[in-house]
Ligand binder design. Structure first.
Ligand SMILES: NC(=O)c1ccc[n+]([C@@H]2O[C@H](COP(=O)([O-])OP(=O)(O)OC[C@H]3O[C@@H](n4cnc5c(N)ncnc54)[C@H](O)[C@@H]3O)[C@@H](O)[C@H]2O)c1
Length: 452
C-alpha cells in the first residue's frame, strides 16, 4: 500500500451514487484495500483469507507482540499455520501494524475485537467503541465498515453508526456499514473461515449490497439477510441454541447421576434416531469466548423490550452448575477411597475449553480446579496445548504427565478430550479416573473409571 495513494476526502467526489459505484468496482476488481481490526482467533484467520483471496490486506491490533509476530511470519492462532501466514505475507502482501492511521487507506474495514461481559454479566462494548472511534478518526467517503464481533442486535446501527457519523459523514451515502458475524470454530478441520457460510446484513440496501459483494469475494458462500440487526441476531441465536441444548443434556447428566443411569448410553441410543434429534453431549460446563457469554448479550437487549429470555437464563444457570457438580462427584469418589478431599491430590487433565485447541478462556476446567482448591485439595493440571493458566484468580503451570504423577494422585479428572491423550495409558496409571467427556468410550468399562 502506497501512502501517496491516500487522498484527502475533501477533494474526493461526494455524489453518493459515484461513491457507491467506485467502491463496488474496487471490491469487484479486488483492488479494494482491506483492514482487519483485531487480530485474534477471528481476525487473523480472516486477514489471511482476505489476502489469499487477492485483496491487499493490513491487520491492525493494539497488541504489539501480535503485530510483531505476524510480520515475522509466526502465527499464534492454531487454525493459521506459519506456512499459510507466510504465503499471505510474501505472495499477497499481508502485514500488520498498530498504527491506526493505516485505516485511512482501507476501502473495507472488518472489525473483530472482543465482546466480553462485565462482572454483572452485561455486555462490555468497550473494544467495539474504541475501535469504532479509531475508524471514525480516519473515516473518508467510500469505505465499508463491517463488524464481525458477536453482539446483541442493534450494536452496528445504534452504537457504531453514531460514532462513525460524528465524523460528519453519513452512513449509506458516504460510507457503508454492515454486520457479518464470524462463525469460526477453532480446531475444526472440516469447516474454516473460507468454507463456512457467511451471514451478511447491512444497515441499509447499499451497505448490504457492498458487504455481500465483499464477502462473496473472500469466502465460498454468503447468506444475505435484510438488516444488520437480523445478522447480529442470527449469531447470538446460534450460540444460544447450543447453550440451551448443552444445558439440556447437562441437566440429564445430573438426573442420571441421581438415578444411577449411564447418561452416555442413553444419549448414544437416543442419537441413533435418524430424524428429529441431533447430538449434544454433557461435560464439565461450557467455556470459550462464545457460548457462556453471547446468550447474555441477547438477554440484555431483550430487557430493553421488557422481555425475559427464560431459556437463556435457565441454560446459563444449568451450564454454570456443572463445574460444581464435577467437584461434588470428585468428593464422593475420593471419599469412597477413604481420603478426605482436603488431604487429596487431584490431577485435572485438560484445561482448554474444548478438545485440540489451546484456548482456556472461560474454561469450566478452571472452575473445577478452583472448586477443588477451595476445598483444600492439592491440584495439578496437565494440558499439552496450554502450558500455563492465569484465569479468574487461578495461576498454574501445566505439570508433565508421568506414571509417577498419575500414581501419586488420588483422582484424575478428564476435563478435555484432546486427541493426543493416550486415555488407556492414563487410566492404567491412575488410581481413580473421573471421565467428564466420555473420553474412555473407546477403551470400554474399567473398574477405576467413573463417568459423569
Ligand atoms: N474465538 C472464537 O471462536 C469466535 C468465534 C466466532 C465469533 N467470535 C467473536 O469474535 C470476536 C473476537 O473474538 P476473538 O476470539 O477473535 O478475540 P481475541 O481476544 O482472540 O482477539 C481480539 C483481538 O482484538 C484486539 N483488540 C482489542 N481491542 C482492540 C482495539 N480497540 N483495536 C484494535 N484491536 C483491538 C486484541 O488485542 C486481540 O488481539 C468476539 O466478539 C467473539 O465473540 C469468536
Amino acid at each position: 500500500m502506497n501512502p501517496a495513494q491516500h487522498i484527502s476526502w475533501h477533494d474526493a467526489v461526494s455524489d453518493p451514487q459515484t461513491i457507491f459505484d467506485q467502491l463496488k468496482e474496487k471490491i469487484s476488481s479486488r483492488t479494494a484495500i482491506v483492514g482487519v481490526v483485531g487480530l485474534g482467533y477471528v481476525g487473523l484467520p480472516f486477514a489471511v483469507q482476505s489476502a489469499l483471496a487477492g485483496f491487499d490486506t493490513v491487520g491492525l491490533d493494539l497488541a504489539r507482540d501480535k503485530v510483531i509476530s505476524i510480520n515475522e511470519g509466526h502465527s499464534y492462532i492454531g487454525d493459521v499455520s506459519d506456512t499459510q501466514l507466510q504465503e499471505a505475507i510474501t505472495e499477497h502482501g499481508l502485514f500488520a501494524t498498530d498504527h491506526f492511521a493505516a485505516l485511512a487507506d482501507c476501502d473495507v474495514v472488518v472489525v473483530a475485537v472482543p465482546t466480553p461481559l462485565t462482572k454483572n454479566l452485561t455486555p462490555d462494548l468497550g473494544a467495539i467503541e474504541a475501535a469504532t472511534q479509531e475508524i471514525a478518526l480516519h473515516l473518508r467517503p467510500g469505505q465499508l465498515i463491517s463488524l464481525e464481533s458477536t453482539t446483541f442486535p442493534g450494536t452496528t446501527e445504534e452504537v457504531m453508526k453514531p460514532i462513525l457519523e460524528s465524523s460528519g459523514l453519513t452512513a449509506e451515502q458516504d460510507f457503508f456499514l454492515a454486520h457479518s458475524p464470524e462463525r469460526v470454530d477453532p480446531g475444526n478441520h472440516q469447516f474454516n473461515t473460507k468454507n463456512t457460510n457467511k451471514v451478511v446484513g447491512g444497515i441499509g440496501p447499499n451497505s448490504s449490497e457492498l458487504a455481500s459483494l465483499f464477502y462473496s469475494s473472500t469466502v465460498d458462500h454468503t447468506v444475505t439477510v435484510s438488516s444488520a440487526k437480523a445478522a447480529e441476531l442470527v449469531k447470538v441465536f446460534e450460540n444460544t441454541f447450543r447453550s440451551v441444548n448443552v444445558a439440556l443434556v447437562n441437566e440429564l447428566a445430573q438426573l442420571c447421576d441421581r438415578m444411577n443411569i449411564n447418561v452416555w448410553e442413553v444419549l448414544d441410543a437416543a442419537f441413533t434416531k435418524p430424524f428429529g434429534i441431533m447430538p449434544f453431549y454433557p461435560g464439565p460446563g461450557v467455556g470459550g469466548h462464545c457460548i457462556p457469554l453471547d446468550p447474555h448479550y441477547l438477554e440484555f437487549k431483550a430487557r430493553e423490550f421488557n422481555f425475559q429470555t427464560r431459556f437463556v437464563a435457565l441454560a446459563g444457570e444449568i451450564n454454570r452448575s456443572m463445574p460444581r457438580f464435577v467437584v461434588e462427584k470428585a468428593i464422593r469418589i475420593v471419599d469412597q477411597s477413604g481420603v478426605a478431599l482436603s488431604r487429596s491430590r487431584i490431577l485435572v487433565l485438560g484445561v482448554a475449553y474444548k478438545s485440540n485447541i489451546d484456548d482456556a478462556r472461560e474454561s469450566p476446567a478452571i472452575e473445577v480446579i478452583r472448586g477443588l482448591v477451595e476445598r483444600g485439595a492439592e491440584v495439578f493440571y496437565h494440558d499439552p496445548y496450554v502450558r500455563s493458566i492465569n484465569e479468574h484468580g487461578v495461576l498454574m503451570l501445566s505439570s508433565d504427565l508421568s506414571p509417577e504423577l498419575l500414581g501419586s494422585c488420588d483422582l484424575v479428572i478428564g476435563t478435555t478430550a484432546h486427541a493426543c491423550t493416550d486415555v488407556a495409558w492414563v487410566v492404567d496409571n491412575s488410581r481413580e479416573f473421573l471421565d467428564t467427556r466420555h473420553m474412555t468410550k473407546s477403551i470400554g468399562t474399567r473398574p477405576n473409571v467413573h463417568l459423569l
